[in-house]
Design a protein around this ligand. Structure first.
Ligand code: SF4
Ligand code: SF4
Length: 66
């Protein structure tokens, strides 16, 4: 897993439709990124789509690969 949604998420729903591989799932109350589906937007020009659309600083974080 390289991207994770934190407890700063306000469930605004901006990231879910922005993800090209539908890796973001609605949670209650927090959203989550499916680790087995997220491909880090490795094939998307400009990098991860979920980060720039998120209005909450720190709600989506990039984790270093273990
Ligand atoms: S990094 Fe890309 S593939 Fe992963 S959750 Fe964000 S938008 Fe989706
Ligand atoms: S865009 Fe950010 S605040 Fe909105 S649902 Fe996604 S992670 Fe949560």
């Amino acid at each position: 897993m390289a991207f994770q949604i934190t407890d700063r998420c306000t469930a605004c729903d901006a990231c879910r439709p922005a993800c090209p591989v539908t890796a973001v799932e609605k949670g209650s109350p927090l959203y989550a990124i499916k680790a087995d589906v997220c491909n880090d937007c490795s094939d998307v020009l400009g990098g991860p789509r979920c980060i720039p659309v998120c209005p909450e600083a720190g709600a989506i974080i990039h984790l270093p690969k273990a």
